[in-house]
Design a protein around this ligand. Sequence first.
Ligand code: MGP
Length: 285
Amino acid sequence: MATTAPAEAMAQNEKVLSDALAAASLSDKDVETKPELEEGEIEEEEDDGNPKTVFDSAARFNLKHPLYAKWTMYFDSLASKATTKTEQTSIPNASAHGGWLDDIRRVMEFDSVEEFWGLYNNIVPPSQLPGKANYYLFKDGIIPAWEDAQNKNGGKWAIQVPRDKSKAQIDQMWLYTMLAAIGETFESGVDGSAPERSDLVTGVIMSCRPGFYRIALWTRDAPDVSLPETDELMKRILTIGRYFKVSVLGYAEDQKLMTGGFQTEILFESHKDSERKGNKNKLTI
Ligand code: MGP
């Protein structure tokens, strides 16, 4: 049955309603409205001065986990050739390297785990890079060139895989290589022996080419390839190569590498030999 409210009750309801509206408009005026966030902008949180990890506050963490060393990420591609260099993106003393470094741009320096992930989460992964491009991650201000004093007596371990068959794996291969570099674990034994800090690796390079991907890790010294495995430097270089193959890339130690039907080898050669194209002085694992 429908009911009709008495006039007195109706009037009371109206008063309650108008009081509520008045209160609401008052509080609207008193409350400070926050500016709308732009796309990608992070809401500022109050800094109470207490120590915070990135898990406590993604925007205002003040506790970082330091790396052993400072690292710099560099990049070059056809696109970077066209960009203007600024003081921030150019490499100091680049002209001393005969034009080789002209197109390489400094992306960012970092010395903590948090900054590494901040960088990694904001750059394009290798699988998404078109054509020819390189990422270079080098330590302690070392320039990604053979000519740098820390590289000139060194060499590199490198693996080259076909581009079309390796797109699904290449991002993880590169990420794990960078983590081993900045964690300085390359001289750990593949038998699971405790990681030791490795100071032989100066940097790692991800090269994207139209037909293949190559990951290289540069070392500051290079043994004569005819030396026996008992030679101290040879032993260290082989340990690094095996750690790269087994612990970083996930192959079995004695595995002959086939990627999508192609034979893929992990090779070491000195930079001096790289400069002399066509040389055969290479180590294989
Ligand atoms: P690369 O890019 O390492 O080889 O070197 P890739 O990918 O086989 O060849 P690309 O042409 O597809 O890039 C290519 C060439 O760059 C070498 O032959 C050198 O002429 C020059 N180059 C490479 N590196 C690492 C250096 C370096 O450190 N210093 C100088 N001066 N030249 C370099």
